[in-house]
Design a protein. Sequence first.
Length: 96
Amino acid sequence: EIVGAEGGLFVPREWNELSLARKKYVYERLTYERLSRWDYDVLDLAVACGDVPLLFVGWAILGAPHAQNAMARSLGVGPDGELHDGRQHKLQHRQY
């Protein structure tokens, strides 16, 4: 599926099936920095991904940096790394 007509970025169908909280969790763990360190619990990621962690990890690795940008845009994360949903959040986001 495409994230918004303005972005034209691909996200897997399964991404859109995740709750907002799960999307944030997955996004924060699949940033380039976190993937390079592999410093998170993969079993927690599997639960957050709805039992399809390989789909998301594969998308994040093979589709980098576009996958991270698509996740960020679908969450409303701006280039400043701030989540623009009316609340103050700071998510890890790297501009590629």
